[in-house]
Design a protein around this ligand. Structure first.
Ligand SMILES: Nc1ncnc2c1ncn2[C@@H]1O[C@H](COP(=O)(O)OP(=O)(O)OP(=O)(O)O)[C@@H](O)[C@H]1O
Ligand SMILES: [Mg+2]
Length: 462
């Protein structure tokens, strides 16, 4: 039986997101039926559509999502960290081995958990959060069966079939774990360590594989902006700057068919997290009076903890400040642009963009056209240098190509149904929404490996 609704999970480095749409939405698009899920629940303190990807191992409990982030921020002097950015693990060639590795004492002082244990607890929490959001959505609560998908980057090391097997096993185990723990998984005080261990053991014993399709993040990001598209250009270039990676991809359109041009795809292992570190280093460099390693550690943690808001001011107003021990440190966009690490990132990004435009222009040329549409998604879409990038003409082919930048939020996002809540976070939700809207033939064929021609050459080594 084919499902009437499709649900896509975007397990992000910084935030997880999910959205649902009717399974025939591609052919019969109706913005009122696009359902981004409120994973944070009704009582969410941050944006209800974004669920922090974080786990904190406390003295006697495990805290998940926003509770983990809040607990870690409580005491910057404690040398205790939440586990974050664990999605980047999906990029390692031996994922099973990575899941079995131990954790630093700053994350698990009890030495009781592996990396994989905490990821599984998080996925159980994410699964439970999705179920809660579905149950409280007036349009979805009656739906009994969803076709499920998850979005993932198309990694160049690319044993995507092997990776897909591991991910569906993890999501299958996460469902068992959620059933074992029940509501406690969603309770802010978290899960007792012993209960977590017991539930993990039950989950590992389960052979259940989740039934999920895979859609590449870039394809999903492109799908959302192809739908209801008013300008009909043959090629769309997407820049997705998230927390863990920046991905460039080109989608080509021939009639109703949309496909990704694999030779344009580049994944850069620098994105929001990397900019956070560049900015935290600038802040440290401006605070020479903070001398001891311990005091610098505290300042670093404070800076990293407030980086999301710091960057928002920096990108919107051109400058931002951090107050530490009564002293204010101001950083401007110029300071960031002068930092060597940032310049290296920007050059890599520009090269990848140029290459993408070349591929897109060639495709457009074959169809007798000159326009290449560009769009930025992900949290980094707010960055002025990303907005400048997607307006940039490539040096070599100036004149032959017309760059048509698209706004980060398509017109339908402002539809009355969303009461203005969707537009501010839409660039971050684009992948989950696009993944839910995309027709089945846009899913990754997980039985054939990802092509490796070009997409690794610009990636920066670990
Ligand atoms: N308004 C904003 N201004 C500046 N930065 C922002 C803004 N909103 C989000 N960010 C940054 O964007 C990043 C998160 O974006 P996003 O949710 O797209 O990432 P992700 O999907 O979790 O990561 P990835 O795709 O790499 O796995 C973080 O680095 C966050 O600080
Ligand atoms: Mg992302």
């Amino acid at each position: 039986m084919s499902a009437e609704w499709t649900l896509c999970i975007d397990f992000g480095t910084a935030y997880s997101k999910a959205a649902a749409a009717p399974s025939d939405a591609w052919r019969r698009f109706d913005p009122g039926q696009v359902r981004p899920l409120m994973l944070g629940g009704e009582a969410a303190t941050g944006n209800a559509f974004l669920l922090e990807s974080a786990v904190f191992v406390d003295d006697d409990r495990i805290l998940l999502g926003p509770a983990a982030v809040a607990r870690a921020a409580e005491n910057p002097a404690s040398k205790r960290d939440a586990l974050r950015s664990f999605k980047t693990l999906l990029s390692v060639s031996d994922l099973d081995r990575a899941l079995n590795t131990g954790l630093p004492l700053s994350i698990d002082p009890h030495r009781k958990f592996s990396m994989g244990d905490l990821i599984l607890l998080y996925l159980g929490y994410l699964t439970a959060s999705i179920d809660r959001a579905v149950a409280s959505d007036p349009m979805l609560s009656a739906v009994t069966h969803f076709e499920r998908r998850y979005a993932a980057p198309a990694w160049r090391s690319g044993d995507s079939a092997g990776l897909h097997g591991i991910v569906t096993r993890l999501f299958g185990q996460a469902e068992t774990l959620r059933d074992a723990l029940g509501d406690v998984l969603l309770s802010p005080p978290g899960v007792l360590l012993g209960d977590a261990r017991k539930a993990l053991d039950r989950a590992y014993a389960s052979k259940h594989l989740a039934d999920m399709g895979l859609i590449y993040e870039a394809t999903a990001a492109g799908a959302y902006s192809s739908i209801g598209l008013d300008v009909d250009a043959p090629a769309l270039l997407i820049v997705d700057m998230g927390a863990g990676t920046t991905d460039i991809a080109v989608l080509a359109r021939a009639g109703a068919r949309v496909e990704e041009l694999g030779e344009a795809r580049v994944t850069i292992k620098q994105a929001g997290d990397y900019i956070d570190r560049v900015l935290a280093n600038l802040i440290l460099a401006r605070n020479r009076r903070v001398k001891t390693a311990a005091a610098q550690g505290v300042l670093w943690r404070e800076a990293i903890a407030s980086m999301r808001d710091f960057k928002e001011s920096l990108f919107a107003e051109g400058r931002a400040g951090l107050r530490h021990e009564g002293r204010l440190t101001m950083i401007s966009m110029k300071d960031l642009e002068r930092a060597k690490d940032f310049r290296v990132f920007r050059e890599t990004l520009e090269n990848a963009y140029q290459h993408g435009v070349d591929v897109a222009r060639n495709y457009a040329g074959l169809h007798g056209r000159r326009e290449v549409q560009t769009v930025a998604v992900g949290g980094g879409a707010a960055a002025p240098f990303v907005q400048a990038l997607i307006r940039q003409k490539p040096r070599r082919s100036a004149g032959k190509v017309v760059i048509v930048p698209r706004p980060p939020t398509p017109a339908w996002v402002h539809a009355e149904e969303f009461r203005g809540n969707l537009a501010p976070v839409f660039p971050q939700l684009a992948i989950a929404i696009g993944g839910a809207l995309a027709p089945e033939d846009m899913l990754a064929n997980v039985f054939s490996p990802v092509s490796d021609d070009r997409n690794g050459s610009l990636a920066v080594p670990d």
